[in-house]
Design a protein around this ligand. Structure first.
Ligand code: MF3
Ligand code: CO
Ligand code: CO
Length: 256
């Protein structure tokens, strides 16, 4: 026992509901389906399994999850008009609240046959997140996380979005510290056992600049290049880390 075991137990439960939601959605994310339908399925699944969707009414957001297609970087708003088509790639980002604690996770989904350039971007984004997770332990610093992500994707000619970052998370949705997805080794705050936060790199095929559309939410790449993202909620343990949002079905990245 330690002073964060109760917190971690709650994070495990919330994290599991968020990742179970993505598992459930996986077979439903296909050609011809609207992103609003995905939102509806996610809303119902979370509600029926004892939780709440954190995005719903969060700062005026009107949907239960985010669906970010192709050149949308993050915070895409589900819509009846947005129908998934062959060749699309969509990030679905789910945040569930259970007993006041939050689990936040996202994955990419490919619709039908995916261009190789997009597969490469998705693979690099997933690998960058996992590289950053694998180094986590007390004594590592926030800059080490950013370094792992930035060095991996820039070597492939991709860029790290600067305008959005990961975040502390526990019994509030977004708390300190900010988790930047770029940075230098051995800089920034030191990791301590008991910390819980997200790692959620947004990686662009082109330049890292983004702009937010008039709806106040949808963030897109300025150069209209493709963008990919994955997100896990993690906790720092005495000698490493725990991922709270790992898929029970073993889903990591496409193909599922
Ligand atoms: N789930 C997002 C994150 O990773 C936040 C979404 S806020 C919303 O932090 F309002 F856009 F849903
Ligand atoms: Co997050
Ligand atoms: Co999220």
């Amino acid at each position: 026992m330690n002073n964060y075991s109760e917190k971690f137990e709650k994070m495990r439960i919330a994290g599991k509901l968020a990742s179970d939601t993505l598992d459930m959605l996986t077979t439903n994310i296909k050609e011809g389906v609207s992103t609003d339908y995905i939102d509806k399925l996610g809303y119902e699944f979370i509600r029926d399994n004892g939780g709440y969707s954190a995005p719903l009414y969060y700062r005026g957001f009107q949907k239960s999850l985010c669906t970010s297609l192709n050149h949308v970087v993050c915070h895409g708003i589900p819509s009846k008009e947005k129908i998934l088509q062959e060749g699309d790639a969509v990030n679905v980002d789910v945040t569930a609240i259970v007993n006041e604690y939050y689990g936040d996770t996202s994955r990419m989904f490919c619709i039908g046959k995916t261009p190789i350039k997009l597969i490469n971007l998705i693979d690099a984004t997933y690998e960058a997140m996992m590289r950053a997770i694998r180094i986590l332990k007390p004594g590592k610093k926030l800059g080490d996380i950013g370094y792992e992500i930035q060095s991996h994707v820039e070597e492939k000619g991709f860029s790290v979005v600067r305008d959005f970052c990961g975040h502390g998370i526990s019994n509030t949705f977004h708390e300190s510290p900010n988790i930047l997805h770029y940075g230098n080794k051995n800089t920034g705050m030191e990791l301590k056992a008991g910390m819980t936060f997200t790692i959620e790199p947004m990686i662009n095929a082109g330049k890292f600049d983004v702009k937010v559309l008039n709806d106040g939410w949808t963030a897109v790449t300025k150069d209209k290049s493709l963008s990919a993202q994955f997100e896990h909620t993690v906790g720092i343990t005495e000698n490493g880390y725990e991922i709270f949002t790992e898929s029970a079905k073993g889903y990591s990245k496409p193909p599922y």
